[in-house]
Design a protein around this ligand. Structure first.
Ligand code: NAP
Length: 225
């Protein structure tokens, strides 16, 4: 069968009550041991993909600095329909060192597009009319960039898009021993949600790893089991 997308792994650290950040945007959920595990996982993929809200809220580097040395650095991929990513973000500040792709939509204002074009090591991919068409994007990343494996690291809206469109193969969730509650905290998945449990994708538990008080759950789609 001809592949139409790279292998997609969704990854998140959640609290015991299923949140990925508090209502104030605090997302420091996982332990240092789990960060090392995550960075080692990052060394196994070609790209790490996140949404623009996560860039705004967390200002991540998306590097493999806690992993063992000698690995090829994955490409950082940001979904940013309007091309609003700030010049002072760590992603853009380190873009000469680590390859970065900003994925915009057709509605991006021309001045934002011109600004992004000034970054030498940043590729711009246009996909979708108002928001990024992730199915089209994944095909492009497979065929034009030869990406075989991509790690999706959130946030909530991006996770939902991949699950709602059935574009993922594996789920790796760290459950950390926190309870934050609140209707305004950020859940693992946002979006409209499925009306019935039967609408949920089918998943098979592949492994459980204990890291002191955290557990790392690894689920895969049955076709990969
Ligand atoms: N604990 C964890 O593991 C973890 C990991 C990551 C993030 N987080 C937390 O998650 C929060 C951010 O999550 P969020 O849900 O607000 O935002 P998000 O998923 O990070 O970003 C969503 C934004 O991405 C853009 N986008 C473009 N195309 C999209 C598409 N097809 N599907 C979905 N999004 C698309 C949209 O903005 P435009 O329309 O402007 O393009 C959208 O509003 C932060 O508080 C962060 O700390 C936690």
């Amino acid at each position: 069968m001809v592949k139409s997308k790279p292998y997609i792994i969704l990854s998140a650290a959640i609290t015991l009550d299923g949140k990925i950040a508090t209502k104030c945007g605090d997302a420091k959920i996982s332990s240092h041991k789990d960060k090392i595990r995550l960075h080692n996982l990052r060394t196994t993929v070609d790209g790490i993909l996140i949404g623009i809200n996560t860039v705004k809220q967390d200002d991540p580097l998306l590097t493999i600095r806690y992993a063992k040395c000698g690995h090829k650095h994955p490409v950082r991929i940001i979904l940013d329909s309007n091309g609003i990513i700030d010049h002072n973000t760590k992603i853009l500040k380190t873009s000469t060192k680590f390859k970065t792709i900003i994925v915009v939509s057709e509605k991006i204002p021309q001045r934002n597009l011109n600004r992004l074009k000034n970054y030498l090591n940043v590729d711009i991919i246009m996909s979708g009319k108002k928001t990024v068409d992730i199915k089209q994007l994944l095909r492009h990343l497979l065929t034009k960039y030869s990406m075989q494996r991509i790690l999706v690291e959130g946030g909530s809206k991006v996770n939902w898009s991949f699950i709602n469109q059935n574009l993922f193969d594996e789920l790796i969730i760290t459950v950390s021993p926190y309870l934050v509650g609140g209707t305004r905290s950020i859940p693992f998945l946002s979006g409209t949600g499925f009306p019935n449990i039967a609408d949920s994708p089918t998943l098979k538990l592949k492994s459980i790893t204990r890291l002191e008080d955290e557990v790392v759950l690894n689920y895969v789609r049955p076709c990969h089991f």
